[in-house]
Design a protein around this ligand. Structure first.
Ligand SMILES: [Zn+2]
Length: 300
């Protein structure tokens, strides 16, 4: 999932930069923030047949494939989506949503600002008039990066979104993947969408958006306090609360190993942290990059 996500981003970056002098930059020198920007801003052709629908309940589905997982919550008064992948996925998102319900999309709730979760914002708002909603820091990050589809509604600590007699609760539990990660709870379905606070193979700590490897364990601990059974990760399969607990434990193990190496005098670019005994966490290239950020955080 993440290998594809990186190669997609790098591909788009090169496409966007093609013909300019920046083509001479090496792939290694690409800042991750640049990748995210390229992702969101590079022209993207519509993509079809990449998504599958998974059912959690009659009124709660997940669109899986290409970009972050999208939750679709059905009410009599319309639909609430959590995240909306890349812009090029919008035609297929709308097509798949229509097979679930003929009601209009009324809200898109973003888990954070990254382009594989907010890329559809502008087009969906344009086509449906849906309200875009996110944590205030995620919104600020989008404004700062001049990303399209900036949410018009935000929250700080907690907010309940009500529609058609149902509700979704938005929570902010602290820094983690970014400084603006929202967790969305569907209380009637004992389910929550974690965005990339829970991402198989990760975490990726986006330090350009004030992520924290030191604090993410505490943030995940608060999410684990929610009365839910099912957990939708940002990337990866629909999971159980126990899987999130495992992920949190593994992150804390990995972070403590970085700390041990730091105090043993290992240089930042020489970090080698054992992760082959971990099941969910710390498997991808983005984790490799995140380790150095943890080293920096610990050094402060
Ligand atoms: Zn992300």
């Amino acid at each position: 999932m993440f290998a594809r996500f990186i190669s997609e981003a790098v591909g788009l970056y090169w496409k966007a930069m093609n013909g300019s002098s920046r083509i001479r930059m090496t792939a290694v020198s690409l800042a991750l923030s640049g990748l995210f920007l390229a992702w969101t801003q590079a022209p993207q052709a519509p993509a079809g047949n990449q998504l599958t629908i998974e059912k959690i309940a009659d009124d709660l589905h997940v669109l899986v494939g290409s970009g972050g997982n999208v939750a679709v919550y059905t009410t009599n008064a319309g639909l609430i989506l959590v995240d909306d992948k890349f812009e090029r996925n919008v035609p297929e998102i709308l097509e798949k949503v229509k097979t679930i319900s003929d009601k209009p999309i009324r809200y898109v709730l973003n888990t954070h600002q990254h382009g594989d979760h907010t890329g559809g914002n502008a087009m969906i708002k344009d086509k449906t008039g849906a309200v875009l909603f996110a944590h205030v820091n995620a919104r600020d990050n989008m404004v700062e990066r001049k990303m399209p589809g900036v949410p018009g509604e935000t929250f700080t600590d907690k907010k309940t979104i009500k529609l058609g007699g149902k509700q979704v609760q938005a929570y902010y539990f602290g820094r983690g993947h970014t400084n603006g990660d929202a967790v969305y709870v569907f209380p009637a379905r004992k389910t929550m969408h974690m965005g990339d606070l829970f991402s198989y193979g990760g975490p990726f700590l986006d330090y350009s958006s004030k992520a924290s490897g030191v604090e993410i364990g505490t943030t995940l601990g608060k999410a684990l306090g929610m009365k839910v059974e099912t957990v939708i990760p940002g990337h990866g399969p629909i999971s159980k609360k126990e899987d999130l607990a495992t992920y949190r434990r593994e992150i804390e193990t990995a972070v403590s190993r970085v700390k041990q190496q730091k105090s043993a005098g290992v240089a930042k670019d020489q970090l080698k942290v054992k992760t082959d005994d971990l099941k969910i966490c710390c498997k991808n290239q983005l984790w490799e990059r995140s380790m150095q950020g943890i080293w920096d955080e610990v050094a402060k």
